[in-house]
Design a protein around this ligand. Structure first.
Ligand code: GLA
Length: 400
């Protein structure tokens, strides 16, 4: 938790919206997924963890029905103002569509706001990095609404509402992983989530003498209207065909052997590759979690590498920038595993690196990246944090 972001948000709140009396501060985390990619919307398993970086906000109820938003990260956009009576799904592509979508989704579930609100946001998740800045903003907004308006919703509901709003207000057909990881995060634990049932377990991530390193390609990825929604459709096609062949309802229902036995019904080679990724990745995730439970990080790392290869070759959601990062990382002694994380097409890789290898890792991967891509990647040594929180605005901040 970084109190300086509360200070920054509180200061901006006073400048843009006036008194902090009745205002509160909040935080919701971003996430990194360790393994289980593009499995969530296929009824499979994922293994993400919440990060200690995320999105902060200072928010306060209003007396009228206005909604006012300001982001210190996107100050050039200025204050965005609307009203509770003017929320239109699929009509907004600014950052404020995320909080607005969540408010709209709450109202749609009968949780009507009796007034508008003012909200200042600031955060330390690099934009477009694939570390779920949007999911964290959605969970943050839901958490704020629950606190300010007294709605009865669980953190798991906040994840589902966030996903619903992203699907229906923002037109991005995402699965549940990102919002769930943000809403349900637990310090030093990854979340082993069965996306078919939402049953989950926390698994301690004990990295004795190692670190989780996230490497940002600094290539912006645009998800809406991109290949993400196409991949979902391709998986749906495969599911229908396999349902007719062997009765499954999701690709997550299949073992690798069952897939191999039935794959001949997938005559389109692209559809077959997509399904193979979803099936194998799900089973890889089950294996990886078992390995982690036994403290076998070598196996966990190998499965991460296999995950990258499958995302690159079968699911085709990697890109040259991500491939350089992963493939160079594999060559560095002391790197247990490295793979792209999140939706792909840009964003970040996640690697498990021995402490003594970190400098070598940064130098080797960083140089190769600059040489082949032409600009720098960025390294973050990340820590696994808790879910959303209410924070205090100090008296000094209130007076300043
Ligand atoms: C994005 C989506 C998630 C998930 C990942 C890929 O982050 O929001 O629901 O599908 O891509 O694993």
């Amino acid at each position: 938790m970084d109190q300086s972001f509360v200070t920054e948000a509180a200061k901006a709140f006073q400048e843009k919206f006036g008194s902090l009396e009745g205002a509160y501060a909040y935080f919701a985390p971003g996430r990194v997924n360790l393994i289980g990619e593009h499995t969530d919307y296929n009824g499979g398993h994922v293994f993400p963890c919440a990060l200690t970086i995320g999105t902060y906000a200072v928010a306060k109820k209003r007396k009228d029905r206005k909604l006012r938003f300001y982001s210190t990260n996107l100050s050039r956009i200025g204050v965005v103002e609307t009203s509770l009576d003017d929320l239109k799904p699929l009509h907004d592509d600014s950052w404020t569509a995320y909080p607005k979508g969540v408010i709209w989704a709450f109202e749609g579930r009968g949780m009507k706001l009796d007034s508008g609100l003012d909200m200042v946001v600031c955060g330390n998740i690099p934009n477009g990095s694939g570390l779920s800045s949007s999911a964290s903003l959605e969970v943050l907004t839901g958490f704020i609404l629950r606190d300010l308006f007294g709605f009865t919703v669980t953190n798991q509901d906040l994840a589902l509402i966030g996903q619903y709003s992203e699907n229906n207000y923002n037109g991005m057909n995402c699965g549940i992983m990102d919002q769930f990881a943000s809403a349900m995060g637990k310090k030093d634990h990854a979340i082993f989530l069965d996306c078919a049932t939402l049953n989950y377990q926390y698994a301690p991530v004990v990295l004795n003498g190692m670190k989780l390193v996230v490497t940002n390609t600094n290539k912006k990825h645009k998800l809406v209207g991109s290949a993400y929604n196409d991949r979902r459709r391709e998986c749906e096609t495969a599911t229908k065909l396999l349902h007719d062949a062997c009765g499954i309802n999701t690709l997550g229902d299949l073992s690798n052997e069952e897939f191999e036995k039935n794959k001949s019904v997938l005559t389109d080679p692209v559809i077959r590759k997509r399904a193979r990724h979803a099936v194998y990745e799900n089973n890889r995730t089950l294996e990886a979690v078992e390995a982690l439970k036994k403290g076998d990080l070598e196996t966990f790392g190998k499965l991460m590498n296999e995950s990258h290869v499958s995302l690159r070759d079968d699911f085709e959601v990697s890109c040259p920038e991500l491939d350089v990062l992963a493939e160079e990382a594999w060559k560095v002694p002391g790197v247990l595993g490295s793979r792209m994380t999140g939706a792909g097409f840009g964003g970040c890789t996640v690697s498990i690196v021995k402490d003594e290898a970190i400098e070598d890792f940064k130098a080797t991967v960083g140089d190769a990246y600059r040489r082949t891509v032409g600009y720098d990647c960025t390294f973050y040594i990340v820590s696994i944090g808790d879910g959303p929180e209410k924070l205090t605005i100090s008296e000094e901040e209130e007076k300043s």
